[in-house]
Design a protein around this ligand. Sequence first.
Ligand code: IPM
Ligand code: MG
Length: 330
Amino acid sequence: MKLAVIEGDGIGREVIPAAVKVLDAFGLEFEKVPLELGYARWERTGTAMSSGDLETLKECNAVLFGAITTVPDPNYKSVLLTIRKELDLYANIRPVKPLPGITGITGKSDFDFIIVRENTEGLYSGIEEIGSDLSWTKRVITRKGSERIAEYACKLAKKRKNKLTIVHKSNVLKSDKLFLDVCRQTAADNRIEYEDMLVDSMAYSLMMYPERYDVVVTTNLFGDILSDMCAALVGSLGLVPSANIGDKYAFFEPVHGSAPDIAGKDIANPLAAILCVKMLLEWMGEPRSQIIDEAIANVLQKKIITPDLGGKASTMEVGNAVAEYVVKNL
Ligand code: IPM
Ligand code: MG
């Protein structure tokens, strides 16, 4: 197993070392391939990522990624989007589940659902023209793209409650009719109980009744927006992990960004990055991955927490405490 480790910029450089500590605690055979990509690299060399880096990534099986600050160059192509496209990471999986004792803005903790975001097309097609009087971006929905994300969501639903919510805006965006039809058909073929929701009313419903949902499948931009919104249900962006999965590769990243305002202070919450390690282990089929949930519950209970959660611990102190629990209880 070859794992590329990309800390990136800002707090990525703090939370990834803490997450790697937790990964190392499992004592598994990994060949780690550190790669420097992003804004700092661009400042130093003029490129955020080269084609050589992409080749290196393609020689790895999986990637653990921190965050990258967007490069202030009008011709900059997002490193993240390029990697998603090049490695064909078509499913962006974002579990929304409260951590023990932490509640978000609604005060609720009786929910546990997963956003399955189509990750390669929609409004992220990259097909656009920018002019001073007219700018447009093409929204691409294909049968193939919709089928594979619908299949992925159904596979997940089968392992959970056999329930799927399809989120779209087909009353206005006719392109979404294809997405909706394909998702409905795929769910029916897989004997999954399904419903569909318009994205605007889904946003409201997720805030009011998050406990109603289990697996939620949607197009690229809607998934992007809903997943940040749902981080408020959990309590903080610093607590939500994600996995970008394709047929060959997988890429794990916390939903939060590089947070330049708190970077370098050793106060960033590493729990989202640590939960990414759990998702990586699950993807590898490692049955002991669940111990990370226990370890996190333990450090939360002991109040070994970063300032965003009201504690005094540093990023690495949290990482070390989680890793120690894993080592003792494996
Ligand atoms: C995310 C981010 C990215 C996205 C950006 C940084 C390109 O917001 O992973 O959700 O829009 O997908
Ligand atoms: Mg986002």
